[in-house]
Design a protein around this ligand. Structure first.
Ligand code: UD1
Ligand code: UDP
Length: 381
């Protein structure tokens, strides 16, 4: 029996883990999975809610490493993960994406010579001031299995010197690299109907279908800069005031903590008194994809939400200077606005004239997790 240890910690990883856990249940005669939660995200609405909703097994191992500086947080995680690896002795460690939890698990596993499986490998923003860019590059370079969601990701790895065609026995020096599609697409397709049936968020917030904008905001470049944070809130207020839109903003705790410190009193007052700018606590996944399915525009600095906008055929404005998901930009389905108000107004005008309904399948067929598990088992089982 192959033993996997999946390391999760931040909200998007908990959600992504649901897809592989479904595949593992189908192959229960060959493989078992235990979950280690680093505790990077710890509020109930950033963590527990997803276990309750998405049929993810409860973590067997739980660390408490939330908060603190990158160094403190990552160091505590490495120590805790190393202890669990020595105790549990898995055949392989599974990590997702690019957070500090991903990096910590990659370091702990590789130093103990435990096979590392990186799901969402190969993505690059080409901006090493982003903590995520550093995390994903380091993680890729110690992985034995790299599962890459997009063609662009494969090209990125080839440019870094990886042999993308290697078919022999894989190792960290000669990793196995496969283009798989995206496990987030698996989840969006799997849970979309359930969200329609179960989520009551549209009624709770009194929203009309296709008549509101959905926004999210949490990236440190935005939350830690008074100038950028103010500019982005002015854009959201502009949508309300000029375009008469309702804007729903399920707010990440990081952003909520920074607003009183960074926004001036006038702007803060305007935000609080504008009832059509609906700021709420983070929502569950089913509520989130229900909002995504029924809004008319998504504005975000999230990596995952950019793609979900595409999955649900919604245009997307990106509050970042670049994205790893360049295919969205090339197809003109997502638009880089960064924190530039003028560019934001130009994009809004462009969007109102756009009627292109061509949404090719960029992220696989909804079976990425099944493909990943079968591929891994074909090598090791
Ligand atoms: C992390 C990831 C980021 C990912 C995001 C997903 C890193 C470097 N960053 O960013 O890539 O896009 O998660 O949401 O790993 N906080 C709470 N409650 C929580 C979680 C966080 O209050 O449950 C607050 C704390 O003040 C904490 C701050 O948010 O210090 C930042 O949390 P952290 O996990 O360090 O980074 P994120 O910004 O969430
Ligand atoms: N999400 C959610 N509730 C929210 C905001 C986001 O369930 O209030 C989900 C969203 O649907 C996506 C994932 O969280 O699946 C994205 O996570 P996040 O934006 O925190 O991180 P990123 O993708 O930028 O790393």
């Amino acid at each position: 029996m192959i033993k996997l240890l999946t390391v999760i910690g931040a909200r998007p990883q908990i959600i992504k883990a649901a897809a592989l856990s479904r595949a593992v249940r189908k192959h229960a005669h060959q493989v078992t999975e235990a979950l280690l939660h680093t505790g990077q995200h710890y509020d109930a609405n950033m963590s527990q809610v997803f276990f309750d909703e998405l049929q993810i097994p409860a973590p067997t191992f739980q660390l408490q490493t939330g908060g603190g500086s990158h160094g403190e947080q990552t160091a505590q995680m490495i120590q805790g993960i190393e202890r669990v690896l020595n105790e549990y002795n898995p055949h392989a460690v599974v990590v997702y994406g690019d957070t500090n939890s991903t990096l910590a698990a990659a370091i702990a596993a590789s130093k103990l010579h435990i096979t590392l499986i990186h799901i969402e490998a190969g993505l690059r923003s080409f901006n090493k001031t982003m903590p995520e860019e550093v995390n994903r590059i380091l993680c890729d370079h110690v992985s034995t299995f790299m599962y890459v969601p997009t063609h662009q990701g494969i090209d990125n790895l080839a440019r870094e010197g990886f042999n993308i065609d290697y078919t022999g026995m894989p190792s960290p020096d000669k990793p196995r690299i496969r283009h798989t599609g995206d496990v987030m697409y698996d989840n969006s397709m799997y849970f979309a109907k359930l969200a329609q049936a179960q989520s009551t968020i549209l009624v709770r917030l009194q929203l009309k279908q296709n008549a509101f904008v959905l926004a999210t905001l949490h990236r440190n470049q935005n939350t830690d800069s008074a100038e950028r944070l103010s500019s982005i809130f002015k854009m959201l207020l502009h949508l309300v005031e000029r375009n008469g839109q309702h804007v729903v903003l399920p707010l990440h705790p990081r952003t909520r903590k920074m607003m009183p410190q960074l926004l001036d009193a006038d702007l803060q007052h305007k935000i609080e008194s504008t009832t059509s700018l609906i700021i709420i606590d983070p929502v569950s996944y089913l509520d989130m994809i229900q909002l995504e399915q029924h809004c008319n525009l998504i504005c975000t600095d999230s990596g995952g939400v950019q793609k979900e906008a595409y999955f649900f055929k919604k245009p997307c404005i990106i509050f970042r200077p670049q994205t790893e998901w360049v295919e969205l930009i090339e197809l003109k389905k997502a638009f880089i606005v960064d924190a530039d108000f003028k560019r934001f107004c130009e994009v809004c005008a462009e969007l109102s004239e756009d009627s292109n309904q061509h949404w090719p399948q960029l992220y696989g067929n909804g079976q990425a997790a099944e493909y990943i598990l079968q591929d891994f088992l074909s090598v090791v089982a």
